[in-house]
Design a protein around this ligand. Structure first.
Ligand SMILES: Nc1ncnc2c1ncn2[C@@H]1O[C@H](COP(=O)(O)OP(=O)(O)O)[C@@H](O)[C@H]1O
Ligand SMILES: [Mg+2]
Length: 96
C-alpha cells in the first residue's frame, strides 16, 4: 500500500512528498502520503467507478481501496512551504 501511494506521488506530483506511518488505534496502522498535487486523484474519490476490465493502468488506487480497512484524503491548505498540499491515507490491521 505504501509503495503504491509513494510511487504515485513520485510519478504524478512534482514537488516534495513524504510517507508517514502511525498507530491508528484499534490495532490498525495508518499510512499517509503527502504530496504537492492540488487535486484528489479520481480513483481515490468516493464517486470513482471500477477500472475498465482490460486497462493496463489506473488500477493501483482502486486496489488499495479494496485491500485496506478504510481510506481517505484531505487537502493541506495551510501547509508550510514545500510540505505538500494533499494527503492520501489508508488504514489496515497491524495484527493478523
Ligand atoms: N499522487 C497523485 N497525484 C496526482 N494524480 C495522481 C496521484 N495518484 C494517482 N493520480 C492519478 O490517478 C491515476 C490513477 O492512479 P493509479 O490508480 O495509481 O493507477 P496508475 O498509477 O497505474 O496510473 C493516475 O494515472 C494519475 O492520473
Ligand atoms: Mg499507481
Amino acid at each position: 500500500m505504501a509503495s503504491e501511494l509513494v510511487t504515485n506521488a513520485y510519478l504524478y506530483s512534482s514537488g516534495p512528498y513524504s510517507l508517514r506511518l502511525r498507530d491508528a488505534g484499534r490495532s490498525r496502522i495508518r499510512l499517509s502520503v503527502r504530496d504537492t498535487g492540488p487535486h484528489i486523484p479520481a480513483p481515490f474519490r468516493w464517486d470513482a467507478g471500477t477500472p475498465e476490465e482490460l486497462a493496463e493502468r489506473g488500477r493501483g488506487l482502486y486496489l488499495v481501496t479494496l485491500h485496506v480497512d478504510c481510506w481517505g484524503t484531505y487537502p493541506m491548505r495551510d501547509g508550510l512551504s514545500g510540505q505538500g498540499r494533499m494527503v492520501l491515507w489508508a488504514e489496515c490491521a497491524a495484527k493478523a
